[in-house]
Design a protein around this ligand. Structure first.
Ligand code: ATP
Length: 572
């Protein structure tokens, strides 16, 4: 059953599946890999020397290098214009590209057209498996590196990843290029094993086979593609061994399996293999006080950190924010209050760079927002939480916060590949930073719990810990006390004050007026998108316009709770 070709095919299909895995880990669905493999195989087979002149192994090494470079270049050419596409749109665009390549190869004389090209056979099972192990090793080491975590964050929630400071476009392109390089490697190995290559070897069905292998094997575990390939390649062999000839059986079982995996086993076959969960003794880590990650410098107390001038945002005819002038100074706790729909979230979305203003200007930590991408504003020192929690739900609390250290942690992937002790030190420093932040919000004992398993109040605190992990100068909290009980809200208020005492500037939206009055140095009141009033809590409490537009309504609601008028939690 394990003939030479079965062994080689398991390895080759595994390598090809890794080229899908490379982008699936970042949540991208690409079908361009067959095109990358095809162009790489034909170019390498044309340009590489013959075994007669250079010997078989050097010939193959040169062909592999050419193939990987060609595959990467093809991925860059396709990736640059398509990296903004998501889901099925990316799949269609990449599929179109791959088909274009196949037709191009089909119509060239140097490729032999439909007849294809003959190539010397050099690849042996040992060699194919050695290369599969190298590729698997690459993804194993990638997994728990800063780069690997960033890809995971992008897959789980792209917006949250951006607000943590991850350059999503660059990471997605990097993942795409690695997919191109590995597809190129596959193309060359295929060519130098099969003796003859034809454009049909790199068709749509080849891409689908690779994708199915990666998905069935599992795209959240580095050994998934090997399991998927073993399963997919062995299926027809098993069929033959038990004497079933039906040719439709393999595609039928593959299709069925794909359906089962998508519906019931999102982690693929790999998720059935029991895995040692990375349980981390956070308490020990916090106590040991490992070397801190590279922290940044912060503005001096009282320095202007946010300057809004005539800031406005329009949605069609809706003036969500109109002509807001506001100055925020370093170390202050600033509360944003106002009725539902007053424009509070729109305002903080502009400050954090999530949406550009329609007019006016906003300078945040010296950066002009509107022209600056979110991750650069995060890099300048602004992190945030969201009105509707944007945690990475399938990851543990600690993993969530660890991703939050992206901006202050050092890149470790390449050093992890060669086991440099400095990479381990930097990973521990990032872990210690994450542990400290969990400790700060009182979640150390929940470090190893998945985010989706936490209570609502804990999820809110976890989002704060994740935002703190980047060592920001400005922390924006959008309704942090929503869903918290009285005691939890009080603890949160204390946390906010203690963070401000450490020099952090905090801007927070909250409907719990008592908490806002008791926590803030300054309060800005928005009404119908305009700044109704701004001042100290005492000034705001005594302001007739504020009482009329907002505080009066909140007090009435407190006296007689009515549906939809929740003064303590607001809407989540
Ligand atoms: N993407 C959008 N498209 C169209 N209108 C929007 C959009 N986002 C916000 N708005 C509108 O802008 C106005 C301000 O909304 P915003 O969410 O900023 O208010 P808010 O004060 O945060 O309200 P809440 O307290 O309910 O969260 C509302 O009328 C809202 O419907």
């Amino acid at each position: 059953m394990f003939t030479e070709s079965v062994l080689v095919f398991i390895a080759l299909n595994g390598i090809f599946a890794y080229s899908f895995y490379a982008v699936l880990v970042a949540g991208q669905l690409s079908l361009g890999q067959a095109g990358f493999a095809g162009i790489a195989a034909f170019v390498a087979a044309t340009l590489a020397p013959t075994p007669a002149s250079w010997g078989p192994v050097p010939t193959l090494i040169i062909a592999i290098l050419i193939g990987m470079v060609v595959g990467s270049l093809a991925a860059v050419i396709l990736g640059l214009p398509t990296m903004r596409l998501r889901g099925v749109f990316l799949a269609i665009a990449t599929l179109g590209f791959a088909e274009g390549i196949r037709i191009f190869i089909l119509n060239q004389s140097w490729t032999g057209g439909a007849q294809g090209m003959s190539v010397p056979k050099i690849v042996s099972p040992e060699l194919a498996w050695a290369l599969l192990v190298v590729v698997a090793y690459w993804f194993w080491r990638q997994g728990r590196s800063r780069y690997g975590r960033a890809l995971e964050a992008i897959r789980e929630d792209e917006l949250a990843a951006r607000s943590i400071g991850i350059d999503v476009g660059r990471h997605r392109l990097a993942a795409f290029v690695s997919a191109g390089a590995i597809a190129g490697l596959y193309g060359v190995l295929w060519a130098y094993f099969m003796r003859i290559i034809a454009p049909e070897d790199f068709s749509f069905s080849t891409a689908i086979d690779g994708l199915v292998t990666a998905v069935v094997g599992g795209s959240t575990n580095f050994f998934g593609p090997i399991l998927g390939s073993g399963f997919q390649t062995m299926l027809p062999e098993l069929q033959r061994a038990v004497g079933i000839e039906a040719g439709w059986l393999r595609p039928f079982i593959s299709g069925l399996l794909l359906l089962i995996v998508i519906l019931y086993l999102p982690g693929g076959i790999a998720s059935l293999v029991p895995r040692r969960k990375q349980k981390i003794d956070v308490a020990a880590l916090t106590a040991a006080g490992a070397a801190p990650a590279a922290m940044r410098s912060h503005p001096a107390k009282g320095e202007v950190v946010v300057q809004l001038d005539a800031l406005a945002k329009e949605y069609g005819g809706v003036h969500a924010v109109q002509g807001v002038d506001l100055t925020i100074r370093s170390g202050d706790v600033v509360g944003l209050i106002g009725p539902n729909g007053a424009g509070k979230t729109t305002l903080v979305n502009m400050i954090s760079g999530l949406i550009p203003p329609s007019s006016g200007s906003a300078t945040v930590l010296g950066v002009e927002v509107g022209r600056t991408p979110v991750h650069k504003i995060a890099a300048a020192g602004v992190t945030r939480t969201f009105q509707h929690s944007k945690l990475f739900n399938r990851l543990t609390a600690l993993e969530n916060v660890l991703i939050g250290t992206h901006l202050v942690a050092k890149p470790t992937f390449l050093r992890r590949l060669i086991w440099l002790p400095s990479a381990r030190r930097d990973e521990r420093a990032a872990l210690a930073q994450a542990a400290r932040c969990l400790d700060r919000v009182g979640l150390v004992d929940k470090a190893n719990v998945e985010a989706k398993g936490l209570s609502y109040g804990d999820q809110r605190r976890l989002e704060i810990a994740r935002a703190l992990a980047a060592d920001p100068s400005i922390l924006i909290l959008d309704e942090p006390a929503a869903g918290m009980n009285h005691v939890e809200a009080e603890a949160l208020s204390e946390l906010i004050r203690s963070l401000a005492n450490d020099g952090l500037t905090i801007i927070f939206i909250e409907h719990n007026v008592g908490m806002v009055l008791g926590t803030c140095d300054h309060i800005a009141v928005l009404n119908f998108g305009q700044l109704l009033a701004s001042g100290t809590p005492a000034e705001i409490e005594a302001d007739e316009r504020v009482i009329e537009a907002y505080l009066g309504a909140v007090q009435d609601a407190d006296a007689e709770p009515a549906p939809g008028a929740d003064s303590t939690s607001g809407k989540a």
